[in-house]
Design a protein around this ligand. Sequence first.
Ligand code: NAD
Ligand code: COI
Length: 332
Amino acid sequence: KKIIAYGVRKDEMPYFKKWAEDNSDVQVKTEPKLLDDSTVSEAKGFDGVDAYQQKPYTASVLNKLGSYGIHALSLRNVGVDNVDAKALKANNMKLTNVPSYSPEAIAELAVTDMLRLVRRGKIFDKKIMHGDLRWAPDVADEMDKMTVGIFGTGHIGRMVIKILRGFGSKIIAYDPYPNPKLEKEGIYVKNPKELYAKSDIITIHAPALKSNYHMINAKAFSEMKDGVYLINAARGTLVDTDALIKALDSGKVQGAGLDTYENEVGNFNKNWGSLDAIPDARLKNLIKRDNVIVTPHIAFYTKIAVKNMVEFSMSANKDLLETGKSDKLVKF
Ligand code: NAD
Ligand code: COI
């Protein structure tokens, strides 16, 4: 069998090499370019495709893969919001993701953001660099006195809960599909409105779906506590950026930790040379604020996560090719 992997970064190469050595019955080709109309023809002659990108997997690309007889596509990440599900079905193509390559990685960054916001980390870093070692006016809050609202209690949300228990924070959660164990513990609220009304910190760990586009919008902010903190390490499209900027201006939102941003594709994972050179005005606006932490979608970016993303996705693709089955099959 032959698998082509697209969008392969240098830091992933050792893991691809190791996987290929351990699976010498599979021929592996790594391609640094992303999978799009200009590169899809390189998949001709291969049986399976492994890929990671935030750019869409379009109908046009999936149709071409289908016409080459490729019916196994394996993503190296969790989110599948950039895949054209209709085209996938039309081409009788099976899709796998890596549902749990390291929920710890994302959860730890979300909690890091909470702590940095609550303890005024960015503000003190900046003051200290200017020789200003005063305390006031940047008095902090305390995690153990706060209620944290978890939006989505899947792999990552549950890991955030596990970490937060050590801080003694009160934890509440909303998920349309509650986890039975957490349900028994009584942590769920009835609806997002109740989560907004009761939380001092809200952290989002839900997938991006058509139905929840901009779910954190002006109305949602109006239902939140004054001075709430918001963390989004899930997907940028879940938060209406204009509404967030207004809520930061008014003080409704006291601080935000954003590892994802709705216009991040093309902006993140690039060296712009200077802050002013970043072309996206709203992104620059957010980065410049003392009470906003922006990270360029790095929550996943740990050594163990990168290793697992490569190994688990390649093995899932091999499983699809050999058996037509995988425990990582995505059902839309
Ligand atoms: P998961 O599938 O294990 O859990 C998602 C949970 O969200 C599920 O329990 C689901 O029922 C719930 N959910 C669905 N719709 C919801 C809604 N409207 N409101 C509240 N909850 C809802 O996924 P996960 O592994 O926990 O990952 C969550 C998301 O985090 C992914 O979909 C992905 O977009 C994002 N992610 C980000 C990074 C990063 O580097 N920043 C890395 C991995 C994943
Ligand atoms: C995911 O796995 O869904 C992510 O968001 C991480 C991705 C940027 C590699």
